[in-house]
Design a binder for this molecule. Structure first.
Ligand SMILES: [Zn+2]
Length: 173
């Protein structure tokens, strides 16, 4: 089954709306397939990452974006150790909000806001081994307050929030 199928299911059952833009609030949609492939689509307002949503005007602003991209492109999510997940790729949407794949359109809405989207792909030993997720994003981005999150696999659909205080979420059994 495809990620799109999982996420469509997840969105319809949790009411999570990826299009709402609130500073400090991001979303992380996670889907695990039975073969152990796990994908995460992370969406965070640019304001919550580097403090502004227009194009950078100074070297310092360009550096802030570059630093944030370095963090986002690394291992900011981790799963249960016994699931043995390896990060295969992390693709970050263009800084100007125009996603390179054209799939999600522009990250800018009519009021000039800008969301940054990152697509992570992991390979794990198996999705059934995943019983918790944690993130280091709050340690890196002080403006980020919460990530509204969904984890879906063939047998589970779990909605939860990750926050600075609760950056590790054990899945209920
Ligand atoms: Zn905004």
């Amino acid at each position: 089954m495809s990620l799109t199928f999982f996420l469509t299911t997840a969105l319809s059952t949790t009411g999570l709306q990826g299009d709402v833009h609130v500073h400090g609030h991001g979303s992380a949609m996670m889907a695990a397939e039975d073969n152990g492939r796990v994908e995460i689509i992370l969406e965070i307002p640019a304001e919550s990452l580097w403090g502004f949503e227009r194009s950078p005007r100074t070297d310092a602003e360009r550096q802030a974006i570059s630093d944030a991209r370095d963090v986002l492109g690394g291992e900011v999510f981790s799963f249960s150790a016994r699931a043995d997940c390896q990060l295969l790729s992390a693709e970050i949407g263009d800084d100007d909000g125009h996603e390179s794949d054209g799939h999600h359109g522009s990250g800018h809405d009519d009021s000039g806001h800008h969301d940054v989207e990152v697509h992570y792909v992991f390979q794990c030993s198996g999705s059934a081994e995943i019983d918790e997720v944690s993130t280091t994003l709050f340690a890196h981005f002080a403006r980020l307050e919460e990530l509204e999150s969904v984890f879906v696999d063939s047998s589970r659909q779990i909605g939860f929030e990750l926050t600075e205080e609760r950056s590790r979420y054990p899945f209920p059994r």
